[in-house]
Design a protein. Sequence first.
Length: 196
Amino acid sequence: MYFGLGNSSFPGFEIVTSYPPMVRVVASPEEELMPSPRAAGYEEIWSWTEMSARGEHNIGQLVRSRWGEDTYLVGFGTDHGTVAAASNWDAPLEIKRVRASHERSYERVCHDSAVPSFMLPLRTGNVVIRRELMPERLERAIGVIYRPETELQSHYFHAILPRQFDEWIWFDETRAVEPLPVKEREGMPETYPFAV
């Protein structure tokens, strides 16, 4: 449930189509001259991404390793609900029920708080809460592919939440995104407004 880079055209990064979505640093003559995000006029680079089950680096790891404290990484979590996802690449979109979180996960810790939604600052937040979240636990990543039948193997990984994110946004129950209704305008070309 993490995705995107605030400015996907930021120099030195290339979006790689894969599952989970990945970014890699591009070797180029300009790379050594790349400024930090703040020096380039960006207040912050926000990064939401899924963790890789294949051991590849994700957007957040790459951005954090390159610009350190000039980055602000935000993660999202949920216990249960629905998600719009496919079972495999090139498979049709389905509305799927998200299983309740694993008992050894950060999601279960949040669920057990009985607070339906919250924002948890991990960089500058309460020291006691940070300390309580430092032991390694499971974390769930749900993206465009969701396989509830193999959820533990397919969607959970070991993490230390305060080291991974600067902010954690929690929704105990989520609802799948629904496309907005589209109405065709009479007299407009089929590709309007994109003129493709």
